[in-house]
Design a protein around this ligand. Structure first.
Ligand code: TYD
Length: 213
C-alpha cells in the first residue's frame, strides 16, 4: 500500500532508551498492515555513511565539536538524498533510528554549540525535510546509562561521555518536543516495551488516518 508523499518517522532519545526495539515493533506492525517500509539509521544509513560512522565513533583521537557536527550533517545529507527521499517519493514508509534532532541534542546541547546553528546546518543538509512523526523515548540519563552497561557492549566514543552530557541531551530533546508538539510524541521509556509500543501505536494510527492513503 502506498502513501502519497510517503510517511517519514524518526525515533529519538539518548543512548540506551530502547529506540531500536520500538523501531522493530513499528516496522513489523506497518508491514503487517501492508506498507512497504524502509528501516534505516543515522549515522551510517548508507555506504558512505558507514565510513563517516566509523570516523565519528571508532577512530582514535579527538574530533572537534564543529567537525563532529559537520560529519553528522554530511552523513544525513547523503542519507536523505540517496535513500530517504527516493523511498518517500515512491510512497513508502521510512523509519529512521535518529535524525536531525539527535544533532541538536548531542552536538548542540551536549557539545555546547549554538542549537539554532546546528539545526540550521542539518536543515540545509536535508533540504528542509522533517519527519511527519518523531517518537521521543524519554528516560533519565542515569537509568539509560545503567541499561547501556547491561548490554555488555564496548562503549563507543560518544557513549564514553559523562552523565552530564546525556542529561543536557535529554533536556534538549524535551525542549524540542515542547516547541513542536505536533511532530513529537514523547513516551516515558521507563515501562515495559509492550506498554511503550501500545502508546506509540495509538499515535501512529492517528497519523496514518490523517494521511492520504
Ligand atoms: P547510534 O547508532 O544510535 O548508537 P548505537 O549504535 O550505539 O545504538 O548512534 C551513535 C551515536 O551517535 C550516539 O551516541 C548518538 C550519536 N549521534 C550524535 O551525536 N549526533 C547525531 O546527529 C546522530 C545521528 C547521532
Amino acid at each position: 500500500m502506498a502513501i502519497r508523499g510517503g510517511l517519514f518517522i524518526s525515533f529519538e532519545g539518548i543512548d540506551g532508551v530502547g529506540k531500536s526495539t520500538q523501531a522493530d515493533l513499528m516496522e513489523q506492525y506497518l508491514e503487517g498492515r501492508g506498507f512497504s517500509v524502509l528501516r534505516t539509521l543515522e549515522p551510517g544509513g548508507t555506504e558512505l555513511g558507514q565510513e563517516i560512522r566509523h570516523l565519528l565513533l571508532h577512530r582514535k583521537g579527538e574530533v572537534s565539536a564543529r567537525s563532529e557536527a559537520l560529519l553528522y550533517a554530511a552523513d544525513r545529507a547523503h542519507h536523505v538524498a540517496s535513500k530517504i527521499s527516493p523511498a518517500l517519493a515512491a510512497g513508502n514508509v521510512v523509519i529512521t533510528d535518529r535524525f536531525l534532532d539527535s544533532s541538536v541534542a548531542y552536538q548542540g546541547a551536549g557539545r555546547e554549540l549554538d542549537l539554532t546553528e546546528v539545526r540550521n546546518l542539518s536543515l540545509w543538509a536535508v533540504n528542509n525535510l522533517l519527519p511527519d512523526l518523531t517518537v521521543l523515548l524519554d528516560l533519565e540519563a542515569e537509568l539509560a546509562a545503567k541499561r547501556r552497561v547491561q548490554t555488555g557492549q564496548e562503549p563507543d566514543r560518544l557513549e564514553r561521555e559523562k552523565i552530564e552530557f546525556f542529561e543536557a541531551a535529554r533536556n534538549s530533546y524535551l525542549e524540542l518536543a515542547k516547541a513542536e508538539p505536533k511532530r513529537f510524541f514523547v513516551v516515558d521509556a521507563n515501562q515495559e516495551p509492550s506498554a511503550i509500543w501500545s502508546q506509540i501505536q495509538r499515535r501512529l494510527d492517528e497519523v496514518l488516518e490523517s494521511k492520504e492513503l
